[in-house]
Design a protein around this ligand. Structure first.
Ligand code: ZN
Length: 368
């Protein structure tokens, strides 16, 4: 069975009221339309995903996905996508609005199962509100259990849908409408309450989050004839930090803070200093896998606050460089990073410029 998945993400989203088209705004850390793409790929149910976008180059190439440029109206974009796949021996086609990012693989499987005996399967939920219907001057009560709020993805026998779509000249808001307008049978199945449609900006903030904090500390001795690295930046100085790696206290500290927030032990567990493979390693190579771990677990960084504890070099002169470097390495906005310099009144090892220490605290959030 050749199943295709069409994602409609070319709309202007007039009700959304933003300069950036709705499908490109960030929702749970990524552009809205990407949620649908990722779920469809993950399901492994589809031979190909057809992504209909306003700007074709807004999506990085992927072997599972063909991108085509959409039209001004949703029904025209849908028609164009169906035409695009018409010679590809398609059996079934799923059509989905990118504005619904939360559908599950379970729903996809359920739709597919029901399509064996039907030509159209459409998910719906009931309304919780008392419902009235206004007809000319009269308002009548409707039994709310008789009201079906239909969702996407909707799935269809390709040929039947293609023929209906080809003939259609009227503006429709979903493909179920095509079937109803032509007196064709639809199998309605239970949809998902969480499969909401993002319509207004405020809909973006409705997802529950969990926040965690992590703390990091590190100190290294300064030694002659070594380069000094702080936050990934090479800093001209009389000495460098002695360590198994390049001794970048700021990056080590951040790795530990992130691992703390993730509840994944510490830097020594990930990069044991008795293993030669980590000898003289640049510390950004220790940070990168932790950033990936965050992303793969749906975490985003809220803010990062750092104390660099040393007599010299002067933090004020390095601040912008280090913050830019960290923003780049961690793939975050530099506005959420703060770097403070702290001297120790010339006391002890640090005060005598024999060591540099660092502490950091980070906050991360996960979307449910
Ligand atoms: Zn260290």
């Amino acid at each position: 069975m050749n199943n295709y998945f069409i994602i409609l993400a070319a709309g202007k989203g007039k009700r959304f009221g933003s300069k950036i088209p709705k499908q490109h705004t960030l929702y749970k850390n990524k552009p809205l339309f990407l949620h649908s793409v990722d779920t469809a790929i993950k399901s492994k149910l589809f031979k190909k995903i057809i992504l209909v976008l306003d700007k074709v180059n807004a999506f990085k190439k992927n072997k599972n996905v063909d991108v085509i440029k959409g039209c001004n109206e949703r029904y025209l974009s849908s028609k164009k996508a169906l035409q695009y796949i018409k010679n590809k021996k398609v059996n079934n086609v799923f059509i989905h609005d990118a504005a619904r990012p939360n559908f599950t693989i379970n729903l996809l499987k359920n739709l597919k199962k029901n399509l064996y005996k039907n030509k159209a399967v459409v998910p719906y939920i009931n309304t919780q509100s008392s419902t009235k219907y206004k007809h000319t001057n009269k308002v009548i009560n409707i039994k709310r259990e008789r009201v079906l709020l239909t969702q996407t993805p909707q799935c269809f026998d390709f040929k039947t849908l293609y023929n209906l779509s080809k003939k259609n000249k009227t503006l429709i808001t979903d493909e179920a409408t095509l079937f109803l307008n032509n007196n064709k049978k639809i199998k309605f199945i239970k949809g998902e309450e969480s499969n909401i449609k993002i319509t207004k900006k405020t809909d973006l903030n409705n997802s529950p989050t969990k926040t965690f904090y992590g703390i990091g500390f590190d100190i290294h001795r300064l030694v002659k004839n070594k380069k000094l690295y702080l936050g990934g930046v090479k800093v001209p100085f009389h000495s460098g930090l002695k360590a198994h790696s390049d001794g970048d206290v700021i990056l080590h500290c951040i790795v530990d803070a992130l691992l703390g927030a993730l509840r994944k032990k510490d830097i020594g567990f990930f990069y044991p200093s008795n293993k030669n493979m980590f000898k003289n390693i640049r510390s950004q190579k220790m940070l990168a896998p932790v950033i990936l771990l965050l992303k793969n677990n749906n975490f985003s960084i809220n803010n990062l606050d750092i104390n660099l504890i040393c007599e010299k070099p002067k933090v004020s002169k390095l601040r912008n460089k280090i913050i830019n470097s960290l923003a780049n390495l961690m793939q975050i906005n530099k506005n959420i990073i703060n770097l403070k310099g702290k001297t120790v009144e010339k006391l002890g090892l640090i005060g005598k410029e024999n060591a540099i220490a660092c502490e950091a605290i980070v906050s991360i959030s996960k979307y449910e």
